[in-house]
Ligand binder design. Structure first.
Ligand SMILES: [Zn+2]
Length: 351
């Protein structure tokens, strides 16, 4: 595996990703620069891959000091904001606003997430979801009696949640959202932080919204998963790939304290629960000893052959077909998002 040691000066080197079709829509005419690690500021990287899951150019590196895996170079902050505000959903879901099947799918995922979210909540708690998408999770939580708020940068999805479902969703970037400091019992972000260029800044902003005894639940794709084909792990939208160690370090640098971490049953998703830091004198570790080597070994061992010898590639299409059948049958009964989600609220109440 090629190694590339970059001195700080070399971060000024300008590269263009103009050949990646997704980046073309992200960057237009912007070029991108190599950046130091967002977690530890190191500029010593190992290159893990030079293509994304579709075979288009995308360089992914491993920080040798803390083990964070990330896209480098990446588009400018401004290009990323434009992309998520306007075209992200259209590009990946082929929809400006959520279609009924998207509402049902996102609502079903939200229902599964209640297993680990509800134990963090007390009756009547206030909960804010950053990256609330079409508002499916907020709708179900509101139906269960919680006070909900959402922030969604995408205009089509955010305005659908606000206008069609009547949810209190701010359609904006998190840095521009108006949230009363210290007002939230629980703050959540499901599959959001990996898309952000500055995860520590985002976590610190989210922490400022929490009550002193509040909790934060972050869910991201797990950098150390083995449930997908190796080449499928690199996605243009995923700027950072976190392990429990690197997400915990990001949280610590944002003024948070690790409470718990766990993964989904297939190991594909990582969930970390934080609270506000109580011991303000303890400084977070600058590096995570041995983590970079552990991540590298994981990536080297996760080969196509090893994946082909597991049951996962054969079970997944069957699961997908079964889910598709249930989805089709369910959607025959409803013709609007409100009714689909009311149906899921009833299911949530029965759990
Ligand atoms: Zn690092």
């Amino acid at each position: 595996m090629p190694k590339k040691n970059l001195r700080r000066e070399s971060c000024k080197k300008t590269l263009s990703h103009s050949h990646n079709p997704h980046f073309m829509s992200v960057t237009h005419h912007h070029t991108t620069e190599l950046t130091p690690c967002e977690l530890c500021q190191s500029s010593t990287f190992t290159i893990l891959a030079d293509k994304d899951r579709d075979g288009a150019p995308l360089q992914t590196v491993l920080c040798q000091d803390c083990g964070l895996v990330f896209t480098n170079p990446r588009p400018s902050d401004e290009a990323l904001r434009d992309f998520y505000r306007e075209s992200y959903r259209q590009e990946y879901k082929n929809a400006v606003k959520p279609k009924l099947k998207h509402v049902y799918r996102a609502g079903s995922v939200a229902l599964d997430r209640l297993d680990y979210l509800i134990p963090l909540l007390k009756p009547g708690n206030s909960i804010l979801d950053l990256g609330s998408g079409g508002g499916e999770m907020l709708f179900i939580l509101r139906g269960l009696g919680y006070n909900v708020e959402g922030i969604e940068p995408n205009v089509g999805y955010g305005s659908a949640a606000r206008d069609l479902l009547g949810l209190p969703v701010q359609v904006t970037h998190y840095s521009e959202a108006k949230v009363e400091p210290g007002s939230q019992d629980v703050v959540t972000a499901f599959h959001v932080v990996e898309h952000l260029p500055h995860p520590i800044e985002a976590l610190a902003t989210m922490a400022s919204w929490m009550r002193d005894d509040g909790l934060m639940l972050i869910e991201v794709p797990h950098a150390l998963s083995r449930c997908q084909w190796p080449q499928s792990r690199y996605h243009i939208g995923h700027l950072h790939h976190f392990s429990s160690s690197t997400l915990t370090l990001a949280g610590q640098k944002a003024g948070l304290e690790h409470v718990d971490s766990f993964t989904s049953q297939d190991g594909g998703n990582l969930m970390v629960i934080f609270r506000k830091k109580r011991d303000t004198t303890a400084a977070p570790a600058a590096i995570i000893p041995g983590h970079s080597q552990r991540v590298l070994r994981h990536y080297q061992k996760h080969t196509n052959l090893r994946h082909a010898l597991t049951p996962l590639p054969y079970i997944r299409p069957l699961e997908k077909a079964a889910k598709g059948l249930i989805e089709k049958t369910t959607l025959l009964k409803f013709d609007n998002a409100h009714d689909v989600l009311d149906h899921l609220v009833k299911k949530a109440k029965a759990i």
